[in-house]
Design a protein around this ligand. Sequence first.
Ligand code: GRF
Length: 209
Amino acid sequence: MLKVAVMISGGGTNLQAIIDGIAGGTITNTELAVVISNKPGVYGLERAAKAGIDHLVVSPKDYADREAFNKALTDTLDRYSPDLIVLAGCLLILPEMLVKKYENRIINIHPSLIPSFCGPGAYGLKVHEMALARGVKVTGATCHFVDAGTDTGPIIYQKAVEVRQGDTPEILQRRVMEQAEWIIMPKAIDGIANGRITVRNGKVHIAEG
Ligand code: GRF
């Protein structure tokens, strides 16, 4: 059974897709051990509560400095000894020591087709503003393993989404979530939980089936 810790920062629609995937049987051999938010009062915490999942806030604002926060976050995660950490709409840059400690056991969902519209400063709605400003006809989402960089880890899945005339960043964000994020993140978790997805020397291997 894959023990998963999910990290969120907001509405938690990606978390909800994972909860629904486990309930609906499209994600198997997986249990959500804890949901951790770096922001208090976000709706994602209510989604965790409704699903009966342990949930808590570890916010940088509650610590004297970044080092103390990093230690608190790492200690909290370690308490649940997760096999996989899932960044689901998580806007936190993880401390390097955490990424090292959980090497190849952290995955992220980014709302563009990496390497487009990613890297420092490219998150949330901003990503879709960048895509619309560039005038791309196709965008999408990327699920990838997290490494020491920002949105630079080995790619697991990508899914393309069309950009339509008149799209606003909000409309495009919604379409990318519905047609891409909420599909490829659960698929990646199920693949990891059932040994179909592995990563070696920075390369992702996906067994068919
Ligand atoms: C999503 O577009 C996600 O990719 C981005 O934030 C948005 C909201 O995510 N990081 P969620 O609804 O909190 O899962």
